[in-house]
Design a binder for this molecule. Sequence first.
Ligand SMILES: Cc1cc2nc3c(=O)[nH]c(=O)nc-3n(C[C@H](O)[C@H](O)[C@H](O)COP(=O)(O)O)c2cc1C
Length: 337
Amino acid sequence: MGGLLNNFWKEIPDGAFALAPMEDVSDTVFRELILSVSDPGKLNLLFTEFTSTDGLCHPQGYKAVAHRLKVNQSELDIIREQNVKLIVQIWGNDPEKFFKAAKTISEEYQFDGIDVNMGCPVNKVVRQNSCSALIGQPSLALEIIKATIEGSGMPVSVKTRTGIKEHQTQIWIETLLESGLSAITLHARTRKMMSLFPAEWQQVRIAATVIQSLKPDVKLIGNGDVLSYQQGLELAASTGANAIMVGRGIFANPWFFADDRERDVPEKLDLLKRHITLFCLTWANTRNFGILKRFFKIYIHGFQGAVALRAKLMETNNPEEALSVIKDFELSLGNAD
Ligand SMILES: Cc1cc2nc3c(=O)[nH]c(=O)nc-3n(C[C@H](O)[C@H](O)[C@H](O)COP(=O)(O)O)c2cc1C
């Protein structure tokens, strides 16, 4: 690790926050939108959706996955302005493909770091011996991390869980620390727990103790069920995690990384309109409008008429229809411009 140039992890302050990698959610559009309503300094790390190394290493597959690596210039501008770090997450099970994918990423993209997914519990990837299945294959996991570091020369992190059926946090973290990685995100659940049971943050404390005694330079990011900025800070302080990762908490409150003020209806509608517009500008006809629909609830909740408005929006077939439904609602409020 000492030999890596630009190892930004060393400068990440304690109490930093990350927006989680989330498939079909944390694309360049959503990341920019969230960053744009966050207070500078409160959101420090962004992760892309996970991208398959098989896809990245195959000419046809590359076309199918390339959108996951897209970064709009407008996102990049805010990232650079606020000194936020952008990390691309990849997954797979073949060290050679990790090497190749990492090389491509370092040569052709502007990410600050690479994250290896060793946590996803869904059958689709576990059947392919990837993601959380790597917890049960420590030597392969180590080979993969080393290949990613060698292929890219970039700082490499791992996002993982505490075990497969039972917590095995201590031994698993000890293993990961042999690889030369720079940071570990620990989602405080086993694979078996999926997201069905509460995260067990005492496992993050165990990980912090192991890291402190073996490789204190390696950063630890705790993850699981964090629903407010303040709660995140308290969990970091009580467990010894350096940073906190937030996933579904952003669905309950897109202003998670701003002040606690309750947002009024025009602000919520405005953010949704910006999301729809940026989605169209970015993806034009290349991505399905249906992907946008899952975001409606994030903005359209907690006010009078929200349920009916959401139902109408869910019936729309394209961005223009959605914007027109919002406009009608604004007119009914007397807020249209
Ligand atoms: C819709 C969705 C998509 C996700 N996609 C990914 C992914 O691509 N890579 C990953 O490491 N984790 C993924 N996750 C897991 C989250 O990053 C996070 O670990 C998990 O949601 C627990 O954090 P939370 O309780 O703050 O949501 C996803 C979660 C959700 C809800």
